[in-house]
Ligand binder design. Structure first.
Ligand code: ATP
Ligand code: MG
Length: 443
């Protein structure tokens, strides 16, 4: 036997126990695919002819958690290891392009492999006998090919989410869809409008983090446009600028791939120039996109709400987009931005600037000097613990109350003091601040 999969003890034990009890049992899906690619699997799926009740009878109630019995999946825990054990099944018709109308259990592993999405995910592994690979997934994997199991268009009509899963596998593992699969991914894309926003967004996030995301975005913009129609005007939009070698969409695709692997930053890159077509003007010097950062931030906010992105990530991405055309040159600007964003976001913002910078031309000529300066100012600010927020002022709201300030005046005076500290008008010292505020009514 050529290929041998290293399994966690608990997982190997589960396969053995099922087999000793007279059932067929195989590892299947992502774990086999990952192991064949030399990657560490992140979870283990076992497929068996045992029914859910029989699985529970083998392992005992206390080791098992049911995941929707109807789908035939039981999560089994053995020591510190766990696996999802699923009964062989074939699927009935899909009338909604989302869920099979019925799940039919089967006694044959081949049936189970035939309902899986891509050949690389339709490989079963029995530790005693090795791979069972009727669709030659191992070969496709080796050659870097993504191929739908069966007739691609039928499979994507059944479940359009498979299209986005395919894009994710392309982005993550560099598996390029073979021609028939690629064509069907495009043709069946309208079916994605029936998939829940949460599932679409999960796949989108998964693909954005992949090393091959630039290629995927360049190849399948119209697929993404089904759920993000705002990208359509960006596709093929010429920038008429000597600073840009690429269309808006090509540039966006590059920025995502060139960005650090931080999901929030990559989401920001995906949407950072979304308003460029709206803001385009042209004069003798070429194309301009005045206001696209602010408008882009607004549009991104709408898009990310629609995709059910969590609020924190949405708000950060929107802020990063809003600031992406500006680089602070002076310490007061850095202090104001740092006060608004905090250190983590400020660093994400610098990452956005850099991804943008290196994605404009085939060979980047724009130097990193401006970003380096902003970064150096940030480091200096942090190292000296300079005051950037009202909380860091050497006086508090209570001190102002003692001077007779009330209600909104307190917040206004604190803000005025912060501004004066940041511009260097006064030091962040108690005496100086109290003198600046003076008794109420003096300002
Ligand atoms: P990941 O590394 O993201 O976990 P995976 O391939 O393991 O990748 P899962 O969602 O864990 O993905 O699914 C496990 C297996 O179930 C897949 O490998 C595939 O065989 C099958 N599968 C999952 N979703 C679908 C689907 N929508 N259509 C057909 N088969 C699917
Ligand atoms: Mg998995």
């Amino acid at each position: 036997m050529e290929f041998q999969m290293q399994l966690p003890v608990g997982v190997a034990g589960m396969v053995e126990r099922l087999q000793e009890s007279g059932y067929a049992a195989y590892l299947v899906g992502g774990c086999v695919r990952d192991a064949l690619s030399g990657l560490q699997p992140h979870d283990y799926d076992i497929t068996t002819d045992a029914t859910p009740d029989e699985i529970v009878a083998v392992f005992g109630e206390t080791s098992c958690t049911y995941y929707g019995k109807a789908f035939g999946t039981v999560c089994v825990k053995q020591g510190s290891d766990s696996a999802e054990i699923t009964t062989f099944r074939t699927e009935g018709a899909y009338s909604d392009a989302r869920h099979p109308d019925t799940v039919i259990f089967s006694k044959h592993v081949e049936d189970d492999l035939s309902r899986r999405d891509f050949t690389c995910n339709a490989i079963a592994y029995d530790p005693r006998t090795g791979l069972l690979d009727p669709y030659h997934g191992a070969e496709d994997l080796q050659q870097g090919i993504l191929r739908a199991v069966g007739t691609p268009a039928d499979r994507f009509h059944e479940d359009a989410l498979r299209i986005m899963r395919g894009m994710r596998f392309y982005a993550r593992f560099g598996l390029v869809p073979e021609p028939a699969t690629e064509t069907a991914m495009r043709e069946c894309a309208p079916g994605l409008d029936k998939i829940s926003a949460e599932r679409v967004f999960t796949e989108l996030c998964g693909m954005l983090m992949g090393a091959h995301i630039t290629e995927v975005l360049e190849k399948f913009p119209e697929v993404l446009a089904v759920r993000i129609p705002e990208i359509t005007p960006c596709i093929g939009f010429a920038q008429h600028s000597r600073y840009h070698d690429f269309t808006v969409w090509e540039h966006i695709a590059r920025t995502v791939g060139n960005a650090v692997p931080d999901l929030t930053v990559r989401i920001a890159m995906l949407l950072h120039d979304i308003a460029k077509p709206d803001c385009f003007t042209m004069d003798a010097r070429g194309g301009h996109f005045k206001g696209h950062a602010a408008l882009g931030a607004k549009k991104a906010d709408v898009i990310l709400q629609r995709l059910r992105c969590d609020n924190r990530m949405r708000e950060t991405a929107v802020q990063l987009i809003y600031w992406h055309r500006f680089t602070p040159r002076e310490m007061p600007q850095v202090r104001r931005m740092l006060g608004k964003m905090g250190e983590v976001k400020f660093r994400q913002y610098l990452a956005v600037l850099d991804a943008d910078r290196v994605s404009k031309q085939r060979i980047t000529t724009e130097s990193r000097r401006k970003i380096d300066r902003a970064e150096a100012l940030l480091e200096e600010c942090l190292q000296k613990d300079l005051c950037c927020t009202i909380r860091q002022l050497a006086v508090s709201g209570n001190d102002l109350k003692a001077l007779g300030y009330e209600g909104r005046e307190i917040g206004q005076m604190l803000q005025a003091m912060l501004d004066a500290v940041i511009t260097g008008e006064i030091p962040n010292e108690r005496e100086a601040l109290l003198a600046y505020a003076g008794p109420v009514g003096t300002v």
